[in-house]
Design a protein around this ligand. Structure first.
Ligand SMILES: Cc1cc2nc3c(=O)[nH]c(=O)nc-3n(C[C@H](O)[C@H](O)[C@H](O)COP(=O)(O)OP(=O)(O)OC[C@H]3O[C@@H](n4cnc5c(N)ncnc54)[C@H](O)[C@@H]3O)c2cc1C
Length: 453
C-alpha cells in the first residue's frame, strides 16, 4: 500500500444549540486528546454510528483498545439535534408516502428492527434512566385531504407487507395530542422514542465505564495518514496511531475526499418550547408523551415530552429542509425555519398562545439519490459507516454495527451480507443545477404540503 495523506477539508459546524443536550444537567466532559497514543481501533465521530461501532467492537474484539474521537462534544452534533424517532418501518424521505418497493421494504424493516434491538439492549445493559428509550409507537397524522390520501396509500402499503397498525379518528387524535388540528392518524406500534442526547450520553458512559472504551471530545481529526503499518490520525494536540479506523462522520466523510459528488447534505430545523406550566399543560390536554410524523414527508413532525430528568414538559416542532452542499446552513435558513415553526405551532396549539420557543436549531442529514449508505472498506483497514439517509438513529446504529462486523473480519455474517447487497451512492447532477433544482423542488413540495407544514 502506498502512503496516502488526506486532510479534512472541513470540520462540522452546527447551527443553533442542540436543545436535547442543553435541557439536561451539565456534565463533566471527556478530555480532549493531548498526547500521542497508539490504539488497535480508532473510531472517528461519536454519534449513533460511532457509538454503535464501539459497542459492537467491544463485543467482538475483547481486550483490544478502542478510542472514539469526537470533533465537538457528544450530543452537540446531529445526534443531539434530531426528533428521536427510531422508526422500524420504511421511511424513504424521497418518496411521496415514505414507502419503497415491497422486497426492499421487508428487508429494511428487518434491518431497522435489528438496530432497534441493539440500541434497546445497550439501554438495558447500561441501565439507562427511565424515559431515555421507550417502545411507545408513533402516529402518522393528517390534517388535509391530501394528507389523508397519503395515509390511505401508506395503509395499503402496510397491508401489502403484513404490518399492523391502528387507525385513529379526530376524537382519538384530540385525546392523544390535545390538539383539534389533526383529522386522522395511523398508529404503528414498532417505533421506539428516545431522548437523543440522553441516549448518547448514557451509551458513552456505559462504553467508557464498563467496556474501557476511551472517548476524547473536542478532538477533531484533521488529517489521516494511511500506511501499510499503523494509520496516523492527526488532531490539534495529539496524534493517534491505529491499526484500524472506522469513519462514523456521516456527511463529513466527503470532507475527507470520499464519495465525491455522491452525497446530498440536507439541513432540517427544529424548535423546542420553554417548559410548560401546569396551567398550560392542563389547557393542552392529551397524553404526557407523544410523537407525530406528518403524513406528507414535507410536513411538520411534533413531539410532546414529559419531565425527563427534571428538564420539563415541552413541545418540539420540526420542519423545513434545505440542501447545503457546503455542509453549513446560513442564518437566513434558520430565520425562515423560525417563521415556519412559529406558524405551525400556532395552528396546532392555539390554547398555548404566548408560549415561546426557547431553542431553535438546525442539523445535518446525509442522503444519497438512491437512498443507500456510504458503507464499506474505503481504504486498507479504513471503513466508512456513513450516509444514513435521514434516519440515523436507526440506520446509523445499523451502519456502526455492520462496520464493526466487517472490520472485525465477520465477513460471512448473514446480516452483514444482506446489508452489503446495496448499490453505491449514485452520482449527483452537477452544480449549480443540483442545489438550485433541489431547493426549488423542496420549496414547491413544502408549499404543496399546505397545512401539513
Ligand atoms: C432536526 C432533525 C430531526 C431529525 N429527526 C430524526 C429522527 O426522528 N429519527 C432519526 O432516525 N433521525 C433523525 N434525524 C437524523 C439523525 O440525527 C442523523 O441521521 C444521525 O444523527 C446520523 O448519525 P451518525 O452517527 O451517522 O452521524 P452524526 O450524528 O452526525 O455523528 C457524526 C459525528 O461525527 C463528528 N465528526 C465529523 N467530522 C469529524 C472529524 N473530522 N473528527 C471527529 N469527529 C467528527 C460530528 O461532530 C458528529 O458528532 C434528524 C436530524 C435533524 C437535524
Amino acid at each position: 500500500m502506498q502512503n496516502t495523506r488526506i486532510k479534512a477539508r472541513r470540520l462540522p459546524r452546527d447551527p443553533g444549540p442542540a436543545a436535547w443536550n442543553r435541557i439536561l444537567p451539565v456534565r463533566a466532559g471527556y478530555a480532549p486528546l493531548e498526547q500521542d497514543v497508539s490504539v488497535d481501533w480508532a473510531i472517528v465521530g461519536g454519534g449513533f454510528a460511532g457509538l454503535a461501532a464501539a459497542q459492537r467492537l467491544s463485543q467482538l474484539v475483547n481486550g483490544e483498545s478502542i478510542m472514539v474521537l469526537e470533533a465537538s462534544q457528544l450530543a452537540e452534533g446531529p445526534a443531539g439535534r434530531n426528533s428521536g424517532f427510531m422508526i422500524d418501518l420504511p421511511h424513504e424521505l424521497n418518496s411521496e408516502s415514505y414507502a419503497g418497493s415491497h422486497d426492499a421494504d421487508i428487508r429494511q424493516i428487518r434491518q431497522n428492527r435489528s438496530a432497534i434491538r441493539f440500541a434497546s439492549a445497550m439501554a438495558e445493559e447500561y441501565g439507562f434512566a427511565a424515559g431515555t428509550l421507550t417502545a411507545v409507537g408513533k402516529v402518522t397524522a393528517a390534517c388535509t385531504a391530501k394528507g389523508q390520501r397519503h395515509i390511505q396509500s401508506y395503509r395499503q402499503h402496510l397491508d401489502s407487507i403484513g404490518e399492523p397498525y391502528r387507525l385513529m379518528d379526530h376524537a382519538d387524535m384530540i385525546e392523544y395530542t390535545g390538539s383539534e388540528f389533526y383529522h386522522t392518524g395511523l398508529f404503528t406500534p414498532g417505533v421506539v422514542m428516545i431522548q437523543p442526547a440522553g441516549f448518547i450520553r448514557q451509551a458513552a458512559a456505559g462504553l467508557v465505564e464498563r467496556k474501557g472504551v476511551v472517548i476524547h471530545e473536542n478532538t477533531p481529526v484533521q488529517q489521516l495518514d494511511l500506511t501499510s503499518g499503523l494509520h496516523t490520525l492527526t488532531t490539534p494536540k495529539g496524534k493517534v496511531k491505529a491499526r484500524r479506523v472506522i469513519m462514523a462522520v456521516n456527511g463529513h466523510i466527503q470532507s475527507f475526499g470520499f464519495y465525491p459528488s455522491r452525497l446530498l447534505h440536507v439541513f432540517t430545523y427544529a424548535s423546542m418550547t420553554r417548559r410548560l406550566s401546569q396551567d398550560e399543560l392542563q389547557r393542552l390536554g392529551g397524553e404526557q408523551d407523544w410523537g407525530i410524523l406528518p403524513a406528507d414527508p414535507m410536513g411538520t413532525t411534533v413531539r410532546k415530552i414529559s419531565n425527563y430528568q427534571g428538564s420539563g414538559d415541552r413541545l418540539i416542532i420540526r420542519n423545513h429542509a434545505t440542501l447545503n452542499q457546503s455542509l453549513e446552513a446560513s442564518q437566513g435558513n434558520l430565520n425562515r425555519a423560525r417563521k415556519m415553526q412559529q406558524l405551525s405551532f400556532e395552528r396546532r396549539f392555539p390554547m398555548l398562545k404566548g408560549v415561546e420557543m426557547e431553542y431553535l436549531w438546525g442539523g445535518r442529514l446525509c442522503l444519497s439519490l438512491n437512498s443507500v449508505p456510504a458503507f464499506g472498506e474505503v481504504g486498507e483497514r479504513l471503513w466508512s459507516a456513513c450516509c444514513q439517509n435521514g434516519l440515523g438513529t436507526v440506520k446509523g446504529t445499523l451502519a456502526g454495527m455492520m462496520a464493526a462486523e466487517l472490520a472485525a473480519g465477520n465477513a460471512n455474517n448473514p446480516e452483514l451480507l444482506e446489508f452489503m447487497q446495496t448499490a453505491e451512492p449514485r452520482r449527483l447532477p452537477p452544480e449549480p443545477f443540483l442545489s438550485f433544482g433541489a431547493n426549488t423542488v423542496m420549496r414547491i413540495k413544502e408549499w404543496q404540503a399546505g397545512l401539513e407544514v
